[in-house]
Design a protein around this ligand. Structure first.
Ligand code: FMN
Length: 255
């Protein structure tokens, strides 16, 4: 399974076998993390893996998940650090699936034994992971997601590859499955907006969600031999939209 294929098969796993992973697998996870490039260079990050095979470190509460391992993602607190964290963590989650390992983000869980911060970096998110106790994958049509027609407006008829990139973006996970993204597609540009939500602002994990979604765009672009640049366009950021807030634009080009 490739990272791209994993986009269509992943789901948030909450039932794990409480069995150990071999050392080589754990090392591969760390090596994959070390090789990834950040969405915004210059933001220092770090990961820590906590073994919890006896189940005693499991976070409680409705949103807690009992798993044999937890990955804590630490980052410097800088502008866009949460988006960067989402971008890197979602790629880690896809990579885990390619190794036959399921995972689930835990937005507010604290794991006993995992430090809250490391030097200048604080915990951004925790990810439960391990071997599945049931199925490893899910079919894409089983993912509860809004259809592309509710997420996108198109200025011109989109190319086939643009539709594939958008489909990958659509399948991204988000906290409470809010799917805050909206897309205005103009030629090879995807202008990305965040749906305004009056009841719930500022949303702590929204930036993380967008990072995860950009990870799906990046993985799909790589698979389809497309180049991608993320930029912030001043002419859009200065405009005021009633129900959406401008985030960034992805410029996608054939290589
Ligand atoms: C930032 C973030 C935080 C999340 N926090 C939790 C959590 O605390 N507990 C949980 O069970 N799932 C959590 N999730 C998983 C989402 O609920 C899940 O991705 C979403 O409902 C879509 O389901 P799916 O991933 O199975 O497609 C989180 C996801 C994200 C992206």
């Amino acid at each position: 399974m490739t990272l791209y294929e994993a986009i269509f098969k992943r789901y948030s796993m909450r039932q794990f076998e409480m069995t150990p992973l071999d050392r080589d697998t754990l090392e591969r996870i760390v090596r994959f993390y070390e090789k990834m490039t950040s969405l915004f260079p210059g933001i220092e990050t770090e990961i820590g893996i906590t073994e919890a095979l006896n189940g005693k470190r499991a976070p409680g509460g409705f949103f807690g998940v009992k798993a044999p391992y937890y990955l804590t993602f630490y980052s410097e607190e800088r502008d866009r650090a949460e988006m960067n964290a989402g971008y890197l963590c979602e790629q880690l989650s896809l990579f885990l699936l390619t190794l036959g390992i399921g995972s689930c983000f835990l937005g507010s869980a604290r794991i006993q034994g995992a430090p809250k911060s490391r030097e200048n970096k604080k915990t951004m998110i925790t990810m439960a992971f391990g071997k599945p106790s049931g199925r490893l994958t899910r079919r894409p049509e089983q993912a509860k997601r809004l259809p592309l027609k509710s997420l996108c407006v198109f200025k011109n008829p989109p190319t086939e590859w643009m539709m594939k990139v958008l489909e990958a973006a659509r399948l991204s996970p988000s906290a409470l499955n809010r799917q805050p993204w909206r897309f205005a597609v103009v030629g090879n540009r995807i202008h990305v907006f965040s749906k305004k939500d009056r009841m719930d602002r500022p949303r702590r994990l929204a930036e993380f969600d967008f990072g995860a979604m950009f990870a799906h765009i990046a993985v799909a672009s790589e698979e389809l031999w497309l180049d991608i640049d993320l930029i912030r366009l001043d002419n859009i950021s200065q405009k005021n939209f009633r129900s959406n807030q401008y985030v960034l634009s992805a410029i996608v080009r054939e290589q």
